[in-house]
Write a protein of this length. Structure first.
Length: 256
């Protein structure tokens, strides 16, 4: 049974159909990719699945539970974590504070614990601190935990955002162009981080990426989107050799 299943999802912006009859099956532990030209609808699909937009048509299931149209915080709590194409960080918080803030979605000590500093609160706070440090170590930025994110290089900020997404303990991680703006060295480092996260945590990963080197090396199955519709789906080798993909995407823009 798929971890995530989407059946005939469509979405209209006014009179424009941005996503048309989109289907997806993501198995537990699988890494899948979504590619396509700018404006093809890739980020819109992420936003539909994670509750930022509500589909005009179709259904979304996570572990057989229908999540179509739920609020983003409920979808996140059920097991979908994500990063964004444009960094969504609090500029004047530290690296550690970012991850701890996300961990607070799992606290159970309540208002009484928060006001009176109960032993339960102290135990949970200690666990949150340790968990945040562990996640920062997974993505390789534990050594800068006390630094304010605004002072960090762009690649490190991307790692912080990923650690924050992992803090909600997702079953599947959505990565929206995780190497955007990175130089070739940072690209290689991010690929290794994604492999490490996948290996250590065993969660499924669904990523959007323009850099085909990354998609082809990381993903088991790749979809190609053009004008809101899937025009090809298959292994990296199949996608690279598909005439429709070459015409719609590879022949126009190749980012290595």
């Amino acid at each position: 049974m798929p971890l995530l299943r989407i059946d005939k999802m469509s979405h209209d912006f006014g009179g424009l159909r941005a996503v048309n009859n989109y289907d997806l099956n993501v198995e537990p532990g699988q890494i899948r990719g979504l590619i396509g030209p700018n404006g093809a609808g890739k980020t819109t699909i992420f936003n539909l699945i994670t509750g930022i937009y509500k589909p005009t048509e179709g259904d979304i299931y996570l572990e057989s539970k229908r999540i179509t149209g739920l609020e983003p915080h409920r979808i996140a709590d059920m097991g979908i974590g994500r990063t964004f194409q444009n960094l969504q960080l609090w500029r004047h918080m530290t690296v550690l504070e970012h991850v701890k803030m996300a961990c607070y979605s799992k606290i159970t000590y309540g208002l009484i614990g928060a006001f009176f500093g109960t032993p339960k609160r102290q135990r949970e706070e200690a666990k949150i601190e340790a968990k945040a440090h562990d996640l920062l170590k997974v993505v390789g930025v534990d050594h800068i935990a006390d630094q304010v994110v605004i002072n960090l290089p762009y690649g490190d900020q991307r790692r912080v955002e990923m650690a924050r997404a992992l803090a909600i303990e997702p079953k599947i991680l959505f990565l929206d162009e995780p190497t955007a703006g990175m130089n070739p060295e940072e690209l290689i480092q991010m690929m290794e981080i994604i492999r490490h996260v996948h290996r250590e945590l065993g969660l499924a990963i669904f990523l959007i990426e323009h850099r085909l080197k990354m998609v082809m090396e990381l993903c088991e199955i790749i979809q190609t989107l053009d004008f809101g519709r899937v025009i090809a789906e298959g292994t990296p080798e199949e996608i690279q050799n598909d005439p429709k993909v070459i015409d719609a995407y590879l022949g126009k823009e190749v980012v290595l």
